[in-house]
Design a protein around this ligand. Structure first.
Ligand SMILES: [Zn+2]
Ligand SMILES: [Zn+2]
Length: 357
């Protein structure tokens, strides 16, 4: 790069870091392919779940999580709108269905180069469907963890910080704490992907001395209280944060503890439940943010959505419930089913109070 231009870029970045004045958010065009030379990340509104597409300046693509099964068709439409015709890297941060549920349809619709998996084994129908679809597609299955790195395009670097072996056991959610945590760097801009990592998994990262600094943070675990705290924000020091969660989701995400910490740290927050699809574009070391929706909707109070997934099983008791049941199992014991038949084929019986006939 010509030295004058490099200086201007550097000054631009410095200005942006100091004042945030280069950051612009406009209600469109969030779902447009990136211009030449830009890196673009689109955080999709997939309801309660995570799915983000990275489009590298050399045309390569990476899909970080695929959202829940019920958003898969919409996700395919958005990928096509972004002119995607191949997924080079498909990253399954961890095996929960709100992260891998959409992968079966994506694997059926697009050529996929390789699949990155945390290696955390899970016994749910959605997870097994995903493994079968990877095999059918003939994609390379790669288990990645701490220390793995890749340069997918010029000036682009990906470093994986987690998970480490052995996996943490006996935490609130061992699957969440085994999430792939990785940082993407393009020039001077860094983006941290955190999956659903919780307190115990983060504590391990701190002990390992991982350099988590990033301008953009994908907030862990949909803005749960256990995904964000000041200890994390002091290490990452993000300018902008993306929360991926469903409108009026049953978990009450994002939790006020996470929102308060982000506010205290002076971070600009975008949420898929309010802003829709959120595109972060990086060009010449400058950040731009585009969203498909503008204003937050009024009175966003948590209400159980009807029919977003059909049944929730408890893998310990082998009882299945409707999603609005008062007696839902603890999150780490939940298994999701698309139909009653699927639950019963797996040896689950209905909870009389909610799912009994
Ligand atoms: Zn999740
Ligand atoms: Zn999870």
């Amino acid at each position: 790069m010509h030295s004058t231009r490099r200086l201007i870029c550097w000054l631009g970045l410095l200005g942006a870091l100091l004042t945030g004045c280069q950051l612009r958010s406009t209600p469109s065009p969030a779902l447009q392919p990136p211009p030449k030379g830009a890196l673009q990340i689109t955080f999709f509104d997939v309801g309660q779940g995570d799915a983000a597409l990275v489009q590298f300046p050399n045309g390569k693509t990476m899909l970080v999580d695929g959202g829940p099964p019920e958003s898969a068709s919409a996700l395919l439409g958005k990928l096509r709108q972004l002119k995607v015709n191949r997924i080079d890297y498909m990253v399954a941060s961890h095996p929960h269905s709100d992260h891998i549920g959409g992968f079966v349809k994506v694997l059926g619709a697009f050529p996929v180069g390789e699949v990155w998996d945390s290696g955390f084994v899970y016994d749910s129908p959605v997870y097994l469907d995903y493994l079968r679809a990877v095999k059918r597609r003939g994609a390379k299955f790669r288990t990645v963890g701490k220390g793995y790195s890749l340069a997918p395009a010029p000036r682009c670097q990906i470093e994986v910080f987690a998970p480490s072996k052995p996996f943490l056991r006996g935490t609130r959610s061992d699957a969440n704490n085994a999430s792939i945590v990785m940082r993407l760097r393009f020039g001077k801009v860094r983006v941290l992907f955190t999956g659903d990592i919780e307190r115990e998994g983060r504590a391990r990262l701190y002990r390992q001395g991982a350099d988590l600094r990033a301008e953009v943070l994908k907030v862990a675990h949909h803005g749960s209280y256990n995904g964000t705290d000041m200890a994390l924000l002091n290490r990452v020091r993000p300018r902008i944060a993306i929360i991926s969660c469903g409108f009026r989701n049953i978990y009450g995400h994002p939790h006020k503890e996470a929102l308060q910490a982000l506010q205290r740290a002076g971070v600009t927050v975008y949420r898929t439940d309010w802003h829709g699809d959120i595109t972060v574009r990086v060009q010449d070391d400058r950040l731009q943010v585009f969203t498909t929706r503008n204003a937050p909707p009024p009175a966003a109070t948590p209400i159980a959505p009807k029919g977003s997934f059909a049944f929730v099983g408890n893998r310990i008791s082998k009882v299945y419930h409707t999603p609005d049941c008062k007696g839902l199992p603890k999150p780490e014991n939940r298994v999701y089913f698309r139909t009653r038949e699927e639950a019963e084929q797996q040896g689950y019986r209905p909870h009389r109070a909610c799912a009994g006939n």
